[in-house]
Design a protein around this ligand. Structure first.
Ligand SMILES: [Zn+2]
Length: 84
């Protein structure tokens, strides 16, 4: 399938592009656009991180991938550890 944001190949399943777009997006847009948009929407940072981890676990992301994404977004090791 093609990414609904950039049109590139999003692999077999892609990621949910909510709240940026309806549809599925590629890894790159997920990291660069969708995840930051989701994190911005929640009221406080700590709640956001925990909710984020919960949500991504439901989507069958590995803890390693979740931690890498959070690290990429600029969270410290300690913040990530607390959220997991
Ligand atoms: Zn994309």
């Amino acid at each position: 399938m093609n990414c609904c944001i950039c049109g590139k190949d999003a692999g077999k399943y892609g990621h949910s592009a909510q709240p940026v777009m309806k549809g599925q997006c590629c890894d790159e847009c997920n990291m660069n656009k969708v995840v930051p948009a989701r994190l911005k929407r929640a009221p406080t940072k700590v709640v956001t991180l925990k909710d984020y981890v919960k949500r991504e676990r439901k989507q069958k992301w590995s803890d390693k991938k979740i931690a890498e994404t959070l690290f990429y977004l600029g969270y410290s090791d300690k913040e990530i550890e607390e959220a997991m």
